[in-house]
Each structure stands twice: as C-alpha cells, then as structure tokens.
Ligand binder design. Structure first.
Ligand SMILES: Nc1nc2c(c(=O)[nH]1)N[C@H]1C(S)=C(S)[C@@H](COP(=O)(O)O)O[C@H]1N2
Ligand SMILES: [Mo]
Length: 347
C-alpha cells in the first residue's frame, strides 16, 4: 500500500494466511482488532480485581498471577466479524483480506477457575463481567460455566510476553468463543446472576435473523476452513502437481475431517490432517491435486468432532438470511481460470 493511501480498516490488521504454513501465527503477524487504540500499561501498576458475587473479593498484581500454576495451550482467536463482507458479495481478494481476522497461538497463563475458586463463587452466580483497561473499557458478560471450564487469563503468547496489541500485560482467553469476548488488558471480573447487557452485547455482536429477531450471546465460533494455497491473488504458473493446503478450525472442539472439492462442490475428497489436531485450535490440511489446465473451483469444508459440517454459502444464507454481520462461516470458493489466475467467487 502506498504511504499516502488511507488504510481501509484503521482499527485492525489481518493475518496473511496465504503466506503462512503450519498452524502457529508468528506474534508479529497476529491479527489485531482494537475498538479504541492500544493502551500503554506498566505491568507493575496493573491489577486484576475479582468482585461481585464472591466470598472474598481479590486484587491480583501481575507477580501474584505469575506465581500460580501456569498452563500452555494452543488456541485460535477469530473475530466474529471475520469474512463479514462475504455476506453481500465476493469482496476480498486474498485469504488475508477475506479471512485474516483469525490467528492461532500457544498461550500461557492461569486457568480462570483457579482464581475464581480462590475468591469463592457465591451460590446463584451465573455470569462474569470482564472489563478491559483500554479507552473502550471493553466489557462483555461471560457465562460462569465457560469461566470455570477452559477459560484462561494469559500473559504470554508463543513463549514471549503478550504484545501490547494483544492485551499486555493480561488478557482473557475463552477458547472457541468469538474474539470480542477475549477481553484484552483485562483489569476486572465481576460475578453476578444475570448478564449486564453491555454495549458490545446489545448494539453490537448480535445476529439479526431473517424474521427480524436478533440472536444474542452467540459466543461459539462454528467450524470453518480456508484453502490458503492456491488462493486469491495467486497465479498458477504451471500445469501438473500442486498440493492444495489450508487451515480449519472449530470453536466446538477438534477438527474431525476436512473435505476438498475441485469441481465447485460436485465431488469431495478427504484431506490429510497435520498432527497434532488440538481442540479449538487451527488444524492444517493438505491434499494432492493435479491441475490439468482447465478452469476449476476449489472448496474446502470442515467437519468437527461434534459432527457439525461447515455449510455452503447457500445453506448458511438459507438459515441466517442476509441481515447478519457476524459469524459468517460459509464455504470459500477459489476459481482458477485457464490462465491460472485465482479469484474469490461465490459458487
Ligand atoms: N479491551 C479490549 N479487548 C478486546 C478488544 C478491544 O478493543 N478492547 N477487541 C476485541 C475484539 S473485537 C477482538 S476480535 C479481539 C482481537 O484480539 P487481537 O487484537 O489480539 O487479535 O480482542 C477483543 N478484545
Ligand atoms: Mo472482533
């Protein structure tokens, strides 16, 4: 992009999926989405407060948190606004432009359940309000069951401290939940009986259905996949063998299978999955393909361990209509023309 060109999306950056292989997103290429800039926080001054419906309210310093038993787990974060422009028409050109609000890292921190047990959850508490220390004071209501299950407060990413853009010094990580709920620069957790109906769960992050009702608290990111090679913006230079490779992920658990079509969904073949296949983490896949020089449409569909099958665009729109902004997980189609040019199409 020319230095003078306005950034079309100044409050976020996208991971260049087509340029990466394997599953781990290098920290410098992790996507970013901030609603009101990146705060500069001195970790010495940072505190995490836990209050509300607990036996004993607690305040943790960063060194308090870092003394506790740590765990490291690989999980993706995907913004629920990822691929949103595809609701209307084929919009992005590359995998990065279309699906780049997705990244995957090894996170290190403390299970949130450890902190909540320390505070003592009062009977009747069902929800946790998470608040960030940025200018947006991002706040989301999180079900207590998730908080007590696999939620983590994390301070490291791929072995090093979080980057400022990822929430340094502390962020909430809710594996498989929409990115917005993974509150960065986490400073406060309040327990209560009901959700708080904050701005980001009322005016935004709801899904307007065809009948005019809105779905709320649609946290889980459904299974999705994307072929990253060949992919949009590329030009296949030669006929013959090409490995088709890509990434798949599901907020509900492990990827069970990925199927690939080279004829716009008429026939499907099972792809190889790269081990390890981890729950709520990006899984890499590959399949052999010989390009005969004829036009082709490449598609992939992810199937997760719950049996959920990633829908075609038509199947998704049949249920969700076209009022939605968030949670687009329709199958991606890449058209290859006779000259080898790869473009984003809706097949
Ligand atoms: N405090 C705070 N937390 C936040 C945000 C924010 O603006 N402020 N953005 C959210 C959104 S919309 C997403 S998709 C993820 C993005 O995380 P990343 O920037 O580390 O990729 O963080 C979430 N957590
Ligand atoms: Mo987001």
């Amino acid at each position: 992009m020319l230095p003078s060109a306005p950034n079309p999306f100044p409050t976020g950056t996208r991971t260049p999926l087509q340029d990466l292989r394997g599953t781990i997103t290098p920290n410098g290429l992790f996507f970013e989405r901030h609603h009101a800039g990146v705060p500069i926080i001195d970790p010495q001054d940072h505190r995490l407060m836990i209050h509300g419906m607990v036996q004993s309210p607690l305040i943790f310093t960063m060194s308090d948190l870092m003394r506790l038993p740590s765990i490291s787990r690989v999980h993706f974060i995907e913004c629920s606004g990822n691929s949103a422009a595809e609701w209307a028409k084929p919009s992005g050109r590359t995998a990065q432009e279309i699906h780049g609000l997705l990244s995957n890292a090894e996170w290190t921190g403390v299970l949130l359940s450890v902190l909540l047990r320390e505070a003592g959850v009062q009977p009747g508490a069902r929800w946790v309000l998470a608040e960030g220390a940025d200018a947006a004071a991002m706040t989301r209501s999180i079900p207590l069951v998730k908080a007590m299950d696999d939620a983590m407060v994390v301070y490291a990413q791929n072995g090093e401290r979080l980057r400022p853009e990822q929430g340094y010094p502390l962020r909430l990580l809710l594996p498989g939940y929409e990115g917005n709920s993974c509150v960065k620069w986490l400073r406060r957790l309040k327990l209560g009986a009901e959700p708080w109906q904050t701005r980001e769960e009322t005016s935004a992050y709801t899904d307007l259905m065809p009948d005019g009702t809105a779905r709320q608290f649609t946290f889980v990111m459904d299974a999705k996949s994307c072929i990253v090679s060949p992919s949009g913006g590329e030009r296949l230079g030669s006929h013959g063998y090409h490995e088709i490779c890509g990434v798949a992920w599901s907020g509900r658990g492990r990827i069970k299978a990925v199927e690939v079509s080279t004829d716009a969904g008429a026939t499907w073949r099972s792809a190889r999955l790269q081990e390890p296949v981890l729950p709520r983490a990006v899984t890499a896949f590959g399949i052999d393909w010989t390009w005969d020089g004829q036009p082709a449409v490449l598609q992939s569909r992810a199937i997760d361990e719950t049996g959920y099958v990633q829908p075609s665009r038509a199947e998704l729109l049949a249920v969700r209509g076209t009022n939605s902004l968030y949670h687009y997980n329709g199958i991606q189609s890449w058209k290859i023309d006779a000259g080898g040019e790869v473009t984003n199409v809706h097949a």
